[in-house]
Design a protein around this ligand. Structure first.
Ligand SMILES: [Zn+2]
Length: 98
């Protein structure tokens, strides 16, 4: 198990409602720092209660601009700082297994 940084974000599991998942990232220096969500492009966690993998991926800024120009509703995306993130949930899948 490698080093990682923690994300300063506490949220309930979107699948089962378990309290306060702890998110990690390997995008930064992996120095066990506490980072804000908007500081990294990808972060993830797993829920011990239901086995879900929850991953956040930052949307490309050009894509966000494209959406905004077309008046697309971005409510399905998460907004951290000035960035939008897509939340993907998968079940019982290890990160190594894709
Ligand atoms: Zn869960």
């Amino acid at each position: 198990m490698g080093m990682y940084d923690s994300i300063d974000l506490k949220m309930d599991c979107p699948q089962c409602g378990a309290k306060y998942l702890d998110f990690q990232t390997k995008d930064a220096g992996n120095c066990l720092d506490m980072l804000q969500p908007e500081e990294v492009e990808n972060f993830y966690t797993s829920c011990e209660d239901c086995g879900s993998w929850i991953r956040f991926n930052r949307l490309d800024q050009d894509l966000v601009h494209h959406f905004l120009v077309r008046g697309k509703d971005l409510h399905e995306y998460w907004h951290f700082g000035e960035y939008y993130y897509r939340c993907q949930i998968s079940y019982n899948v290890s990160p190594e297994g894709g």
